[in-house]
Design a protein around this ligand. Structure first.
Ligand SMILES: Nc1ncnc2c1ncn2[C@@H]1O[C@H](COP(=O)(O)OP(=O)(O)OP(=O)(O)O)[C@@H](O)[C@H]1O
Ligand SMILES: [Mg+2]
Length: 255
């Protein structure tokens, strides 16, 4: 563990796939217990960065550590400290929600898998659905169960790669509440998202990955300061994160 409260530290990270230089010197620090949203266009390299941080992929250059453990040299320690939830729910349809949770708890050799499962069902508002086969769950319920499963063993750092893609607004709100609750308990959350409203609502800090680097990193208020002065007609209007995002990455603004 480091002396500071930095949970994730990324410095000069580079990664190419053959000729394609995806990460070209990424720097990012994430404070313990905070929620950081990583924004970027399709193909910006968000999933690549998350895969490197969760030891699934090796960087070409630079360093990254999680909870003070180097992702390359101390991969086993990193894996003990994290969970990763990908875009597609990794739940078993044939089992009930409770059985899915108990299965993971047993795989992790936790005593009293039933109690672990019941606690998580309560936290994720799945008590009534707990006895039903996952095949009958809505997308939001599946995603909540998926996140609940990733929390078994209480990892201090959680990676969520597009946690609400494909969910309706109601389900998305439910997942947001779960993520907020996680951070309130001291868990560090790094999430990627295409939904700028999600970043606005959830994140303590927002990092924008563009052309291989983090080109903006700060609170929503910090990013609003970066927003270039708009036309006179916009003076009274607060920019949305979408406008800030497009301005920062230099995209053509549609008027
Ligand atoms: N295994 C691979 N081999 C070759 N190219 C890859 C591989 N994985 C990713 N890429 C390319 O690297 C770039 C970054 O991909 P990545 O999945 O990290 O982007 P992303 O920001 O997560 O995008 P999205 O928003 O679509 O999920 C893309 O151009 C992608 O095609
Ligand atoms: Mg991705």
């Amino acid at each position: 563990m480091t002396a500071t409260a930095t949970a994730i530290r990324v410095e000069g990270l580079e990664k190419s796939y053959d000729e394609l230089a995806v990460l070209r010197g990424v720097d990012l620090h994430v404070e313990q217990g905070s929620i950081v949203a990583l924004l970027g266009s399709n193909g910006a390299g968000k999933t690549t960065l998350v895969r490197i941080l969760s030891t699934l992929l090796r960087a070409d250059a630079g360093t990254a550590s999680v909870q003070g453990y180097d992702v390359a040299a101390q991969a086993a320690d990193v894996r003990e400290s994290i969970s990763l939830t990908g875009q597609f729910a990794a739940v078993d349809e044939i089992l009930t929600g409770r059985e899915n949770l108990m299965l993971v708890a047993r795989l992790r050799h936790l005593p009293d898998a039933g109690r672990v499962a019941d606690d998580l069902l309560a936290r994720f508002d799945l008590v009534e659905a707990g006895a039903r086969k996952v095949a009958t769950y809505s997308g939001g319920m599946r995603r909540r169960l998926d996140i609940a499963m990733s929390l078994i063993g209480e990892p201090p750092v959680v990676f969520l790669d597009e946690p609400t893609t494909g969910l309706d607004p109601q389900a998305r709100t439910e997942v947001w509440a779960s993520v907020k609750e996680l951070a309130a308990r001291g868990t560090t959350v790094l999430l990627t998202t295409q939904y700028l409203e999600e970043a606005e609502r959830l994140a303590d800090r927002i990092a924008i990955l563009h052309e291989g680097r983090i080109i903006a990193d700060g609170t929503l208020a910090d990013l609003k300061q970066l927003f270039p002065p708009a036309h006179v007609e916009y003076v009274e209007k607060q920019p949305t994160l979408e406008e800030i995002f497009l301005a920062i990455i230099g995209a053509e603004q549609k008027s």
